[in-house]
Ligand binder design. Structure first.
Ligand code: ADP
Ligand code: NA
Length: 329
């Protein structure tokens, strides 16, 4: 049987992925290579909706691609590309924007949140962002899209637009469903363990970046906020700090939480942090080496991304042609 096709993207909006991005998203991209016909894209069109620096964006797109290869994406087993290299995304985005209701787009919670926080830098692009996201997915006739809670509403819009298009203009798009990933970990901020680890964290000490100095990561783990009491227990509500450390530990070692609880029974937070710091350092070092190697060989990276864009276009151009024909172009 044909493998289900999956599409997922990540924004090149930081100099490094953080551990939350890796354990919550990118790690699954690696395993989905084995089970899916996977299309992964660095969504640079989405990264210009709130103001940005051109040189930083260009560098971040490359560093994102290099990190994805470094953590295990294999261009032979998936299609990895940069969104702006495939002009069909913007082309289909326009067409879809013309079948999206203004009020419908205005109900997107993420837009309301982001625009409320940064009213001065809010753009029309931020408003229509979920429509471009729909184009990203529908261009590849994706069967499945891995989604976290924050993206559910956008996937619903994508499904609505696909159905609407198919009804009005004839069957054009596969209506994608949500792919619930079993193995994702939600990672919280090391300094504020009730909020998620995020690049927009209030303190840089709250996030572990894959590409930062590993000694710095170790220090951050050792000074992570822990909870009152001394016992190592897994209790997200009452011991969010320790629970987060256990989650990271289990995810990076493929051990179970129960197994860890047994190992640390009668021992203190200091022991747990010291061991986890070592695990994190051992984990990021080879990723950093491989990322650097890809960045030091720009010709190779360019070639991988050109091949990825070509593979992506071979699918996207067929879908766009069909969509154009059906709508009357
Ligand atoms: P950020 O919150 O740092 O801005 P993004 O929104 O760019 O991160 O997220 C990129 C991907 O990483 C998404 O798939 C998102 O669900 C995932 N992700 C981000 N932060 C975390 C986290 N703390 N725990 C688990 N997954 C996360
Ligand atoms: Na997010």
């Amino acid at each position: 049987a044909r493998r289900p096709r999956v599409l997922s993207g990540i924004q090149p909006t930081a100099d490094s992925f953080h551990l939350g991005n890796y354990l919550g998203a990118v790690r699954n991209w690696v395993s989905m290579q084995e089970t899916h016909d996977a299309y992964y894209c660095v969504v640079d069109l989405h990264a210009i909706t709130m103001g940005h620096d051109p040189a930083a964006l260009r560098a971040r797109s490359r560093v994102s691609a290099a990190q994805l290869l470094a953590v295990g994406l294999d261009p032979e087993r998936c299609t990895l590309f940069i969104q702006s290299h495939v002009p069909e995304h913007a082309q289909l985005g326009w067409v879809l924007s013309c079948i999206t209701g203004f009020g419908e787009a205005g109900r997107m919670v993420q837009f309301k949140d982001k625009s409320a926080k940064a009213a001065d830098s809010t753009t029309v692009g931020l408003f229509t962002y979920p429509i471009l996201q729909a184009a990203d997915i529908l261009l590849y006739q994706a069967d499945q899209v891995p989604v976290g809670e924050d993206q559910r509403q956008h996937l619903e819009l994508t499904r609505d637009l696909a159905q609407r298009y198919n009804t009005r203009f004839g069957k054009t798009f596969t209506v994608p469903s949500a792919y619930i990933v079993k193995d994702t970990a939600k990672i919280t901020d090391l300094q504020d363990p009730t909020s998620k680890m995020s690049k927009s964290a209030s303190s840089p000490n709250g996030i572990i970046e894959l590409l930062e100095d590993p000694a710095r990561s170790a220090k951050k783990i050792k000074s992570a906020v822990t909870d009152t009491g001394r016992e190592i227990l897994y209790d997200e509500e009452n011991k969010p700090g320790v629970s987060n450390l256990l989650t990271i530990y289990a995810a990076l070692t493929a051990r179970t939480i129960d197994d860890l609880l047994e190992q640390y029974e009668g021992r203190g937070y200091g022991d747990l942090k010291k061991d986890l710091a070592e695990i994190v350092v051992d984990f990021v070092k080879p990723i950093q080496e491989r990322t650097r190697a890809y960045l030091d060989d720009p010709g190779y990276l360019d070639k991988v991304l050109a091949i990825g864009a070509e593979k992506a276009r071979s699918v996207a151009s067929v879908t766009l042609a069909e969509a154009y024909k059906n709508i009357g172009f």
